[in-house]
Write a protein that binds this ligand. Structure first.
Ligand SMILES: [Zn+2]
Length: 158
């Protein structure tokens, strides 16, 4: 069990035999590595944590002014614009969106749960669907390099 005892003993909570929170690299920081494979559509884990009123670095939004702080598992899911897991914050579940081989990092799309990010950032997921600059679903880019600036640059309009 990755969670402390206070979280309860739900057998669907992430198990230490199935996942490891580990430093991926300098750029990405910590991520959740799946130690076993999952099939597309399979329940990856039921998540839990402390409900806090504010957006913190490792929170996931449940609703307005309601955020889950899970410093053992879900708070360390990395972002990809082509995620391999989906996070349902109403049912507190993480589900595989694709077949996930063992020893693969889990990636969610932060805009799936977050209206506003703790911090916007340039994405390096390298997927064809990459949005380039990652924001919450309800906020405008605040970065020095916005997607528009990037596009203008690419077409030589700067
Ligand atoms: Zn991306």
């Amino acid at each position: 069990m990755l969670y402390p005892k206070e979280f309860g003993t739900n057998p669907l909570f992430p198990q230490a035999t199935d996942f490891r929170v580990t430093n991926k690299d300098e750029l990405s920081g910590s991520g959740v590595l799946a130690l076993r494979s999952f099939s597309a559509g399979e329940l990856v884990a039921v998540i839990n944590g402390e409900i806090v009123p504010e957006i913190l670095q490792h929170t996931l939004q449940i609703g307005k002014g309601k955020h889950l702080l899970d410093l053992y598992f879900a708070g360390y899911l990395l972002h990809s614009c082509t995620p391999n897991v989906s996070v349902d914050m109403q049912n507190m579940t993480v589900t595989a969106l694709a077949d996930i081989p063992a020893n693969t990092y889990l990636y969610m799309d932060y805009a799936q749960t977050e209206e506003v990010l703790y911090k916007q950032f340039p994405c390096s997921c390298n997927s064809v669907a990459c949005r380039g600059w990652i924001t919450g679903s309800l906020e405008m880019p605040t970065g020095a390099r916005t997607i528009q600036a990037e596009a203008a640059e690419a077409t030589g309009l700067t």
